[in-house]
Structures are given as structure tokens and as C-alpha cells.
Design a protein around this ligand. Structure first.
Ligand code: KG4
Ligand code: ZN
Length: 491
């Protein structure tokens, strides 16, 4: 801010506050030794906003922040605030400010950057004698998508795949290595948590090494580390979280805790960076079946989910009843390709309900009874028809609820992620029917649909970054809810 900016600054101030600063007060700030003052310029290089603060040695005081009414909601306030917080962070200064309790827009802006309300100043405002809320920001508070500028190592161990990936800070995937434990769990017919944890311990170091090697990178060259902290199998998650934190700690790097479901959602914009928001994303895997409205890369809302089995589980249990392989979804899908999907009628739960929820326990039971009634010979002869009809019932439920939710949420994009996105009928129907209904459709390549660290790294780029040493208390959480980034242990 320079003296020539003052007329514009004064007029923005007047348009913004009931008790505005005078031109003399602004002029005084320009001559203050500890003053920090910047302006925002619009497309025509006119002053469209400003920020004034005092940079005291270990605490910075934000005094005034305003944007011209006609240029509000275009990100100028946030951009000035980020510039200011970056400068404060560089000298490890806390930032404090006062805000009117009724000014929800300003409070949301500050809260979004990690400011916390820490007290009040009684009768602070001269015009109304209202109290002011005091908000404080500490440099260790995580801010989304910031805090590093260089390669990121991402780790995923939430279930039965050990995976590591290296991404650039701009999101290009340099490597994505996945070691799946299917062969280990096959003989038990399901994932055994303790066995999974142990296998992660044995393999993860090699997987991380291989990801670094393929990316032509070493630990010295990393700028940050991310790991899935939940939801998932607690023992499995712990291996990835501790490994990630240890690598970050060894070089005092920032650490990014990632929510596994955020990771699945991120596969959509990893596969198709041009897909427009809002999206409705179907997350369908062995562990989850949920419909999520994704407003942008870090804001989402759960619309509905399965009330019992996950879709992948329904496929796997069906495959087991039909005597196919493990986990079975893919084998059942392949067999179904050769059968007649109209041969049998399977009931599917909640089909007529308007709720975007799913239920797959009924269809599985129906399959059990159908097979029980069939002769051994028929079970063999009609296996493909049974598989095709069973698959069609599950896919119809997924399709109907997804399209309906997308219409209701006024989404522009429909995406499907998770292992079940590998299903060939679901992929075909989503592309054809989704496009016919006017949606942009994203069906990521299989490598990004099943559990993998590239999607975790992609999510990390829009998640809060935690600087050393604050993340040492970050813990794994088996039931981390959507929208939560991390769980801190109580110690
Ligand atoms: O996302 P994912 O790798 O991890 C877990 O949640 O475990 O998903 C695996 C699930 C399994 O249930 C698997 O059978 C299912 O995705 N799946 C399929 C297909 N390929 C994998 N389900 C139906 N059709 C497929 N082609
Ligand atoms: Zn998953």
C-alpha cells in the first residue's frame, strides 16, 4: 500500500464498516515501523481490497481487512490473508485479531484458516459498545494444501494393500506401487486384520523404497509425507501412520494425515482434472458403499450409504456361494459377461425408497436360497445366468440411486471409485446412462479405483498440512468420519 492508494482504501473502508478508519489513521500506518500493509488489485489493476497489521516481535496483530463490495467473493480476502499468514509463519509469530460477533462471513474466513476464538474484549466497538471476539492463529495450525513445495511421499495401508506413491507438489504421479495381500488372505476367505498388519510391517519398507526408486527420488529429496490415518483396520493403519511420521520426523518434514474416503474421492480428479464440481461420487468397495456430494476438493457431504453389506461384499459373498475365486468380485463379473441377466429375478432392498441408501443383505440371501433349491447339475449349467442376474440386480441399485442423487444435488459430474468401479457392467451403464442424462462422467482407471497411494497423495494436496513437530501426536483412527482429517491421541 502506498500513499496514492489511500483514496481507494478509504472508500472501501467506508463501504465495509460502520465505524470506519479515517484517512489520517491509514496515513499513520504507512509511517509506522512495525506496520504490515498490502493491497489487492482487480483485473484492471485498481485497488480492490487491503490488509493492515502490526508485526510485533512475537505476535502479529491484524487490524483491518476489507474488500470492495463489487469484488467480494472472488478470493481477494483469502489471498491477502494467506500472504499475511505466510509472512507470520516465516518468523513463527502468532496472529491475533478482533472481530464483531455478528460478522459471520469474517469469522468463517478466519476459522477456515485455522483461527480460533480465544476470548472477548468488552465494549470494544465505539459505535455500539459491542464486545469484540478475539481470534488467534498459531503458525503450527495446519492450513490446507500449503506448507511444502516439492515431491510428496504418500502411504496407504488401511486394509490389505500396502502402497506408496510419489507425487509432485502440483499433483503429477511419479510412481504408484501397490503390493496386494490377496494371496495371503485367500486361504481364510477374508481379510484377517492381524495377518494384514504383519504383512504391512514386512512389506511396507520395500514398497516405499520401490516407489522412491521409480520416481528417481530419495528421502533427502522429499518435501512432505502423507499417510492414510483412517478409517480402516486399526493395526493396518498404524503401520502406515508410524512409517510416514517416522520418515517425516527424520527430516523434520511436514506430515499430511489423509482420510481414506477423501483419497477415494480424489481418484476422480486425479483421473480427470477437468471434471467440473459439484460431483456426486459413488464410493463402492469391499468396505464402503456411499454416495457423496463433492463440492470441491476438500468439502463434501455424505448423502447416503449402505445399511448392511458393502457392494463389494455382496459381490464377494455371491462369488463364494457360486464357488468362484477370492475375493470374487472380478470372477463373478467375468462369468456374468457370458450369462443372461434376465434369467432370474433378484429382489434388491430400498429400490423404491427415495433415500439414497443401499441394502445388499437381501439379494445375497436370495442367491443362497436359489442355489439351495437348484440341482447340482443346474447349478453348474446355469451358473453364468445366475451370476449375470445377480450382478444386474446390484448394479441396477447402484445406478438408480447414483443418478437420482446426482439430479437432486444438481451435480455436474458423476464419478464412481473403489474396487467395485472395476465392474464392467457398472462402468458401461454409468458412461452411457450418465452421459445421456447430461452429466460429465468419470470412471478412473482401475489402478486408481482400488486402494492405492496415488489417490492418497492427491487428497493430501487439498488437506491440512501439519508442520514438524505437531504431528507427532497424530494417531490412526479406525472410524474416522468423512470430513475429519486426523485424530490426535490424548497423550
Ligand atoms: O477398493 P478395494 O480394492 O478395497 C477394499 O475395500 O477391500 O475393493 C475391493 C472390492 C472387493 O470386494 C472386490 O471383489 C471388488 O472390489 N471388485 C469387484 C470387481 N473387481 C473388484 N466387484 C465387482 N466387479 C468387479 N469387476
Ligand atoms: Zn478403499
Amino acid at each position: 500500500m502506498e500513499a496514492g492508494d489511500l483514496p481507494a482504501v478509504v472508500s472501501i473502508e467506508k463501504a465495509s464498516f460502520r465505524d470506519p478508519w479515517t484517512e489520517g489513521m491509514f496515513r499513520g500506518e504507512l509511517h509506522q515501523t512495525m506496520s504490515w500493509h498490502i493491497v489487492a488489485l482487480d483485473g484492471g489493476a485498481r485497488v480492490s481490497g487491503f490488509l493492515i497489521a502490526r508485526a510485533y516481535p512475537d505476535e502479529w496483530h491484524l487490524l483491518d481487512l476489507a474488500v470492495a463490495p463489487e469484488t467480494r467473493r472472488q478470493g481477494a480476502a483469502g489471498a491477502m490473508l494467506d500472504r499475511f499468514l505466510d509472512a507470520a509463519e516465516e518468523v513463527s509469530a502468532d496472529v491475533i485479531l478482533e472481530v464483531r460477533p455478528g460478522n459471520h462471513q469474517a469469522m468463517a474466513l478466519y476459522a477456515g484458516r485455522g483461527f480460533e476464538t480465544v476470548g472477548i474484549r468488552a465494549r470494544y466497538y465505539r459505535d455500539t459498545l459491542e464486545d469484540a471476539l478475539v481470534m488467534r492463529y498459531s503458525p503450527w495450525t495446519p492450513r490446507p494444501g500449503r506448507g511444502f513445495d516439492g515431491p510428496l511421499l504418500a502411504i496407504e495401508t488401511s486394509c490389505d494393500d500396502s502402497s506408496a506413491a510419489v507425487l509432485t507438489a502440483r499433483g503429477e504421479v511419479l510412481s504408484n506401487v501397490v503390493h496386494t495381500q490377496d494371496a495371503i488372505h485367500e486361504r481364510y476367505g477374508g481379510v484377517v486384520p492381524e495377518v494384514a498388519s504383519r504383512a504391512h510391517v514386512e512389506r511396507l519398507t520395500a514398497v516405499v523404497r520401490e516407489a522412491l526408486r521409480q520416481a528417481h527420488c530419495d528421502v533427502e529429496g522429499l518435501a512432505a509425507v502423507a499417510a492414510t490415518v483412517g478409517p480402516g483396520l486399526i493395526g493396518a493403519l498404524l503401520v502406515g501412520v508410524q512409517t510416514g511420521k517416522a520418515i517425516a520426523w527424520s527430516r523434520r518434514l511436514p506430515f499430511v494425515p489423509v482420510n481414506h474416503v477423501h483419497g477415494h474421492l480424489a481418484a476422480a480428479w486425479l483421473a480427470d482434472p477437468s471434471a467440473p464440481f459439484p460431483m456426486v461420487t459413488l464410493v463402492a468397495s469391499g468396505g464402503h458403499t456411499a454416495l457423496i456430494r463433492v463440492d470441491d476438493k476438500r468439502n463434501f457431504a455424505l448423502l447416503g450409504q449402505t445399511l448392511d453389506d458393502a457392494a463389494g461384499e455382496a459381490f464377494d459373498k455371491g462369488a463364494r456361494l457360486l464357488g468362484l475365486g477370492y475375493p470374487g468380485g472380478r470372477e463373478l463379473d467375468e462369468l456374468a459377461e457370458t450369462g443372461d441377466s434376465a434369467a432370474y429375478d433378484f429382489p434388491i432392498g430400498l429400490q423404491r425408497s427415495a433415500r439414497p441408501d443401499f441394502s445388499f443383505s437381501g439379494v445375497k440371501t436370495a442367491l443362497y436360497y436359489l442355489l439351495r433349491e437348484m440341482s447340482e447339475k443346474d447349478r453348474k449349467a446355469r451358473a453364468a445366468d445366475v451370476a449375470a442376474s445377480y450382478r444386474a440386480a446390484i448394479v441396477s441399485a447402484l445406478m438408480a440411486k447414483t443418478l437420482r442423487a446426482a439430479h437432486e444435488a444438481r451435480a455436474r459430474t458423476i464419478a464412481v471409485v473403489g474396487g467395485v468401479a472395476a465392474n464392467s457392467l457398472l462402468r458401461r451403464r454409468l458412461v452411457v446412462e450418465g452421459r445421456a442424462a447430461g452429466f460429465h462422467v468419470v470412471v478412473p482407471p482401475l489402478a486408481y479405483c482400488t486402494d492405492n497411494a496415488a489417490m492418497i497423495g492427491t487428497a493430501a494436496l487439498s488437506a491440512p498440512v501439519i508442520a514438524y513437530p505437531d504431528y507427532l501426536s497424530v494417531d490412526a483412527s479406525a472410524s474416522l468420519p468423512l470430513g475429519r482429517w486426523s485424530a490426535h491421541s490424548s497423550v
